[in-house]
Ligand binder design. Structure first.
Ligand code: 13P
Ligand code: SF4
Length: 333
C-alpha cells in the first residue's frame, strides 16, 4: 500500500488516529500479524481491549505485567493496545523504541483527575511525605513521584516505605482507601477516581448476588468502598483472573471492566461470569470508553503508517523513569 503521509498531521491533531481507507479485501487480523513480522514489532495488549485485539497480542496482561514486558522488549516497535498512560510508560522505560498507540485520545479518567500543577501544589504542602502514585497517571505526575505502583503490587510498594514516613497516594482515592485498610498506613489521598469502577451499583450487586447465591463476588480495588466491603476477593485484573482459575466456585459476579471476561471465559470455559451491574441501565458503563477507542482498523493503520507515535520531552522522561524503575526493581526483590 502507498502510504499517503500528507493527510497525517491534520488527522492526528483532529482525530487522534489515522483514518486512511482500508481495502475491504484485507483480512485485518492476518494483516496485523504480518505487519508485526515485517516491522519487527510486538503488540502489548491490556485485558480491557476488545476480544479480537486481545487475540492478536504477543503479551496480554495487567498494567504491571505490560510495564515489565515493555521494559524488556528488544524488537524495534512496541504497539500498545491500551491507553495513553500505558504507552507513555513503555516509552519512558524503553526510550530507544518506537512506541505506537492506535488512538491518541485513548486516555483515562483517573489520569485526567490529577492535573500536574494542582498536584505539585498539593505535594508542596506536604514536603515530608513520600509520594506514591498509581501507574494510571501522566508522565508529569510520575515525574513528581518517589515510586509508582499498580493494583498488583501497591501493598508491597506501601510496605516498602519506612513506617515513620508520611505518604501521599494519588490519583485513585478508592484504591487509596483500600490500601489504608489493608496496610494500616495512614495516607494523604488525592481525590481522583475511575469512571468505570465508580459506575457499579452497590444495591444492584447485592440484588444480583441474592439471585445467584452460589456466585462469588469479585472486584477490582478501583471500585468504591461499599462494593469492596462485600467482595469475596479483591485484586488487579491479573489477580482476578488468577483467583477464578484457582477457586472452586463455578460462577462469579465480576466488578471490573467487562473486557476481562473474555480471558476468564477462555481459561475457565466451564464457569459462568456475570458482569457486575451499573447504576445507569442505559449505558455500557462497565466498558471503558477510552480503552474501547482502539479498534482493529485503527490498530492496522497505526502499524502501516507507524503513527500515532508517543513522543515525550527527554527531560520529562528522565524525571519520570526513576519512580517506575523503583517499582520494577521492587518486583525483583
Ligand atoms: P490493572 O490491569 O493493573 O488491574 O489495571 C486496571 C485498569 O484500570 C487499567 O486501566
Ligand atoms: Fe482509566 Fe478506568 Fe479506563 Fe482503566 S478503566 S483506563 S482506570 S478510565
Amino acid at each position: 500500500m502507498e502510504n499517503d503521509l500528507s493527510l497525517v498531521p491534520h488527522q492526528l491533531s483532529k482525530l487522534g488516529y489515522i483514518s486512511a481507507p482500508i481495502d475491504k479485501s484485507v483480512d485485518l487480523p492476518s494483516a496485523i500479524q504480518q505487519l508485526k513480522k515485517e516491522k519487527n514489532a510486538v503488540l502489548l495488549t491490556h485485558y480491557y481491549q476488545e476480544p479480537e485485539i486481545q487475540e492478536l497480542a504477543d503479551y496480554l496482561g495487567d498494567s504491571l505485567y505490560l510495564a515489565q514486558q515493555a521494559a524488556q522488549v528488544e524488537a524495534d516497535i512496541i504497539v500498545f493496545a491500551g491507553v495513553h498512560f500505558m504507552a507513555e510508560t513503555a516509552k519512558i522505560i524503553n526510550p530507544s523504541k518506537k512506541v505506537l498507540l492506535p488512538d491518541l485520545k485513548a486516555g483515562c479518567s483517573l489520569a485526567d483527575s490529577c492535573p500536574p500543577l494542582d498536584f505539585a501544589a498539593f505535594k508542596a504542602q506536604h514536603p515530608e511525605a513520600v509520594v506514591v502514585t498509581y501507574i494510571n497517571c501522566s508522565a508529569e505526575i510520575k515525574a513528581l513521584s518517589d515510586i509508582v505502583c499498580t493494583s498488583s503490587n501497591a501493598v508491597k510498594v506501601i510496605e516498602s516505605i519506612p513506617k515513620d514516613k508520611a505518604i501521599i497516594f494519588a490519583p485513585d482515592k478508592n484504591l487509596g482507601r483500600y490500601l489504608i485498610n489493608k496496610t494500616g498506613r495512614d495516607m494523604l489521598l488525592w481525590d481522583g477516581a475511575c469512571i468505570v469502577h465508580e459506575a457499579f451499583s452497590f444495591e444492584k450487586i447485592v440484588a444480583l448476588a441474592k439471585a445467584h447465591p452460589k456466585a462469588k463476588f469479585i472486584a477490582h480495588p478501583e471500585s468504591e468502598s461499599p462494593v469492596l466491603e462485600i467482595a469475596h476477593y479483591i485484586g488487579s485484573t491479573a489477580g482476578l483472573l488468577r483467583f477464578v482459575q484457582e477457586d472452586a466456585s463455578m460462577s462469579y459476579i465480576v466488578a471490573t471492566e467487562a473486557g476481562i471476561l473474555h480471558e476468564m471465559q477462555k481459561r475457565c470455559p466451564q464457569k459462568t461470569f456475570i458482569p457486575a451491574p451499573v447504576e445507569d441501565d442505559t449505558c455500557a458503563c462497565s466498558e471503558c470508553a477510552f480503552m474501547k477507542l482502539n479498534t482493529l482498523e485503527k490498530l492496522y493503520n497505526c502499524m502501516v503508517y507507524e503513527l500515532p507515535e508517543i513522543q515525550l520531552d527527554q527531560a520529562l522522561m528522565d524525571r519520570a523513569r526513576q519512580p517506575i524503575e523503583r517499582m520494577l526493581n521492587l518486583g525483583k526483590s
